[in-house]
Design a protein around this ligand. Sequence first.
Ligand code: NAD
Length: 486
Amino acid sequence: MPDHITVAGVTVDTRHWIGGQRLASPGTFTDLSPIDGSVLGEISRGTPAEATAAVAAAKAAFPSWAATPRAERARILHAIADGVEKRIEELSIVETSDNGALLRSHRRGVMPRVAHNFRFFADWLLKLEHEDFETRGHTNHVSWDPAGPSVLITPWNAPLMLATWKVAPALAAGNTVVLKPAEWSPLTASLLADIAAQAGLPAGVLNVVQGYGAEIGDALTSHPDVRRISFTGSVPTARRIAASAAPNLTPLSLELGGKSPLLVFADADLDLAVDLAVEQYDNAGQVCLAATRILVEESIAEEFTRRFVEKATALKQGDPRDEATDIGPNIHPRQLEKIDGFVQRAVEAGARVVIGGHRKEGQYYAPTLLTDVAQDSEIVQEEVFGPVLTLQTFATEEEAVHLANGTRFGLAATLATGDRERAERVSDQLVAGTVWVNCFFVRDLQAPFGGSRLSGVGREGGTWSFDFYCDLKNTVTAPNGWNNHG
Ligand code: NAD
């Protein structure tokens, strides 16, 4: 098997990156492009042997990286950001070819954010400090000690963005990393390994292992030398990882699925509310934070639906490399089947299709809105992860909050209202890691990010990321007992 493939003119190494070297597995898996189902290449199919070798490389590199002065770690992270910025075009086209998300989003939003992930955590590291506490003259000094080798496992819906959201703080904290990207979108992780090496990141500090989670996941997450596991993905996988990590009590950060609501009150700016609702089809609905349950106040439901249908049906669906495209393909034939299964079962259970409700030619699903759905139905309770929204109505604020909180998830919630007091009142009552009021998706990296209930465990972002990737230490020093000062 060749060691490299060429995707849209960009050379991508198909092997693992372990201890500063490329390493192939005996077998491969096939990476498909969702754009047209074509084969992008054969990628090294990791086995527990490579997973274990990657952890050993991360363990060997840890003492020296942990002892590297903060300023030097920050300098290297900025050099990685420079490398990302130089290759934005290449990273964008490879990511689009691999996961089908819009090229224009990768160019203008996602890849600049990838670079920003490194810059932000590099800068935050240099600012990281805590005020000392005083107890009866004793100083309590808080420090963040690097925790050790960290396993980072990521999904396919925003591959490099989500990987670097973990890699950057883990490296900044002084940890070494084994990154396991998703098997449906493995390519940009390999490019990241090249960029990091060129930026001067020492061998073994970042390792990338390719392959199926079911085949190599356990070797990574049950390894006693792994001191942190950060996972973004689905709830069933999170349960497996938690069970595998349990014997070593390895600390976990879990960023999981959602079934987030968009609450539209009659006092909202209706155009804004419709825009917010239509935005939920972004990335063909493959966004964990997507507000897939639209809850609209009864008195405006008809007008809202009319305007929504007008806007949603004007969206252009097609090749994600085309600048004019609004919605690209779904990631994989299996995902498409899953999406259609949810929709067909909802229809059988009595849902009414307002728009969409069917597959289109190729790997595309028509943007779908379903109404007449019961709160306890599968389509309202379970994450679809496709361009499928439901619409329910409410009569009172109390009912809106009740419906909004009425799933097992708690990742995010979005409110459209013109009443500031209502926004505060409602947001106080919502169970969600993030609440957006009259906006969506905007977020400062200093703020905590994560989900409540089944949407996750823990928070990352700003100091919270360092709290997770480090062992916090309190050093208590007595005021006396010194013999080396006057
Ligand atoms: P997934 O759980 O199937 O896979 C995620 C990753 O876990 C992949 O790399 C996979 O190979 C790996 N994996 C699978 N089995 C494993 C095992 N036994 N041990 C270790 N690793 C294993 O999820 P997905 O389908 O790739 O991603 C979609 C899900 O991710 C959705 O539920 C979505 O909501 C969620 N997501 C959450 C966030 C967030 O920030 N909360 C962001 C993006 C996506």
